[in-house]
Design a protein around this ligand. Structure first.
Ligand code: SAH
Length: 210
């Protein structure tokens, strides 16, 4: 059984656009060679540098909350393997992906490009940045009038101000904080509505030292 079917059976994957993305983007291309045989198991896997490619169930859960749609400008923090970057891009979103560990910056970008070369008739739009994601991408945010959505794969203690500022009114952030996944929606007055989903484990969000 493939991953998409498994995630549908488990009840976490529902959105037709995301089902298509999970069917199109093969996780095998985003895991290290020696772990290819584990690519379709619902577990996080080591990608080196003390980091992991996230568990499929968690990726599906977060993407369902994010609800990426074609044309969305989405900032992704902690792209690691590039798998989620490709899933986002497969929905038709423009992805601005940030990773801070140089070896993984290369790994994820290469995986994405290798996969992209295989074509599959999709138009993928992603740009990769190798830097501290807690600062966001202020210049790009300014140019495009703010991100529609932000998704984060590493857990901090609180939401960095930069992400709040770089999000459009009505935009949404899906981010882990400590052991919960939060949804934050930006109100017209700049305040945020939040919703918490408890019981997750993430690698830590590591800001660059000042
Ligand atoms: N979506 C990725 C998850 C990788 S784990 C995947 O499924 O492959 C989370 C990633 O966040 C790690 O690669 C880690 O290096 C990165 N990370 C942690 N702190 C960061 C920061 N401040 N800026 C950018 N990336 C960060």
């Amino acid at each position: 059984m493939d991953l998409a079917d498994m995630l549908i059976k488990k009840g976490v994957l529902k959105n037709p656009r995301l089902i298509e993305a999970f069917q199109a983007v093969d996780r095998k291309y985003f895991v290290p060679k020696e772990l290819k045989s584990h690519a379709y198991i619902d577990e996080p896997l080591s990608i080196g540098e003390g980091q992991t490619i996230s568990q499929p169930w968690t990726v599906a859960f977060m993407l369902e909350l994010l609800d990426p749609i074609p044309g969305d400008n989405i900032m992704e923090i902690g792209y690691g393997s590039g798998w989620q970057t490709a899933l986002l891009a497969a929905t038709g979103a423009n992805v601005y992906a940030i990773e801070r560990v140089p070896k993984l910056c290369e790994f994820g970008k290469r995986n994405f490009e290798e996969f992209f070369k295989r074509g599959r008739g999709f138009y993928f739009s992603a740009r990769f940045f190798c830097q501290d994601g807690t600062l966001g991408l202020p210049e790009i945010a300014k140019k495009i009038g703010g991100f529609d959505k932000i998704i984060v794969a590493a857990a901090g203690e609180k939401l960095p101000e930069a992400w709040k500022n770089q999000l459009k009114i009505g935009g949404k952030i899906v981010a882990p904080i400590a052991h919960s996944i939060f949804e934050f929606i930006k109100n017209p007055d700049g305040s945020f509505n939040e919703r918490e989903h408890r019981g997750f484990a993430f690698v830590p969000l590591v800001p660059d030292k000042k």
